[in-house]
Design a protein around this ligand. Structure first.
Ligand code: NAI
Length: 332
């Protein structure tokens, strides 16, 4: 079977090729550095399936085009699927499968790395010391012990964050529309308003759906403590970035760390260092000393990359062997 792999970076190729060698019948993988859109969809010509990542767009027109090209399967190298029109994919008869979990601990540990960096300013200290500046002004942080972590989304990643936060001696509050004794064992489950009002650190670990787009908006920001930290390693559009900028400017939000950004598509996973970046909202964010932005790397560990590659091949084999696919989100 021939597979077009979109948004393929050198590291994707490395881990996918490594896993492909272990297959009884290796697949023919055709790598495209380009992300998938209506402009690039023809790269899938002659392929049985495509393999995509977080910023590949699978709206109805792209799905229609894939159908005409004879593609049968869509395989996500990620857990989130907000970039895929599932209804259209179902109507067109595609098999769509994802990697539901690939080291939730990797994302949880990265979330903590962002919190620690933002709180203790190690990124600023690193630069200062290299320039011979050993002043501590501006590097003041808070002791995390006994602070309150508010975790929105107590799924696999949220629970891994809760365990680490408990290890720091923090109080853990969780908000999740699902009720589970597993959540309650890790922290106090509260409603969203209570979580926002009581937390020193608010961290997002829920998927993005149409009904929770801009979950954190101006109104919710008003409920938070003015010195609170807001962390997002889930999906950019869970946060209304303009409202967050207004809150930071008026000192109604203490600090922000994001690994995802609502308009990340044209920026992330590319070297744009010699370009003039036209996104003024993103550029405004970059001017705040209390904002930390990274380019969607929460998942990026050796273990997670191996897991993504292995599960992607399990999913591909379901299409090749016409067997039931446990990781399907749309079944044919
Ligand atoms: P999961 O499916 O195990 O848990 C998600 C939880 O969120 C569920 O318990 C669900 O009930 C809850 N939830 C759904 N809607 C909610 C809402 N409106 N408010 C609060 N909670 C809500 O997912 P997992 O593995 O924990 O991943 C969470 C998210 O992290 C993914 O959807 C993805 O967007 C993001 N992610 C980011 C990565 C990165 O590299 N930065 C890597 C992997 C995932």
């Amino acid at each position: 079977m021939k597979i077009a792999v979109f948004s393929a970076q050198a590291y994707d190729k490395y881990f996918l090729d490594e896993a492909n060698q272990r297959q009884a019948e290796p697949f023919n993988l055709v790598y495209q550095q380009a992300s998938l859109s209506l402009q690039t969809v023809t790269f899938a010509q002659g392929c049985d399936a495509i393999c995509i990542f977080v910023n590949d767009l699978l709206d109805a027109p792209v799905l229609d085009a894939l159908k005409i090209l004879g593609v049968r399967g869509i395989f996500l190298r990620c857990a989130g699927f907000n970039n895929v029109d599932l209804k259209a994919a179902d109507e067109l008869g595609f098999l769509v499968a994802r990697v539901p979990a690939y080291s939730p601990e990797a994302v949880a540990e990265y979330t903590i790395a962002l919190i620690m960096t933002l709180n203790r300013h190690t990124h600023r200290a690193y630069n200062r010391v290299r320039e011979g500046n050993f002043m501590l002004d501006g590097l003041l942080g808070m002791t995390l012990h006994e602070k309150t972590f508010g975790i929105i989304g107590m799924g696999k990643i949220g629970r891994a964050v809760a365990k680490i936060a408990s290890g720091f001696g923090c109080e853990v509050l969780g908000y999740d529309p699902m009720v589970s004794p597993e959540f309650a064992a890790l922290g106090e489950m509260v409603d969203l308003k209570t979580l926002l009002a009581r937390s020193d650190i608010v961290t997002l670990h829920c998927p993005l759906f149409e009904d929770n787009r801009h979950l954190i908006n101006a109104e919710k920001l008003h409920l938070m403590k003015p010195e609170a930290m807001l962390i997002n390693t889930s999906r950019g559009a869970l946060i209304d970035t303009r409202a967050v900028i207004a809150a930071l400017k008026s000192r109604r939000l203490g600090a922000l760390a994001i690994d995802v950004y609502e308009q990340e598509g044209p920026l992330f996973f590319q070297d744009r260092s010699s370009d003039i970046i036209a996104d003024d909202v993103f550029q405004r964010l970059m001017t705040f000393p209390n904002v930390l932005v990274t380019g969607h790397q929460g998942f990026f560990t050796i273990e997670a990359m191996r897991e993504i590659a292995d599960v992607t091949f399990q999913n591909l084999n379901c299409l090749a062997n016409e067997t039931n696919c446990p990781n399907a989100i749309v079944r044919t």
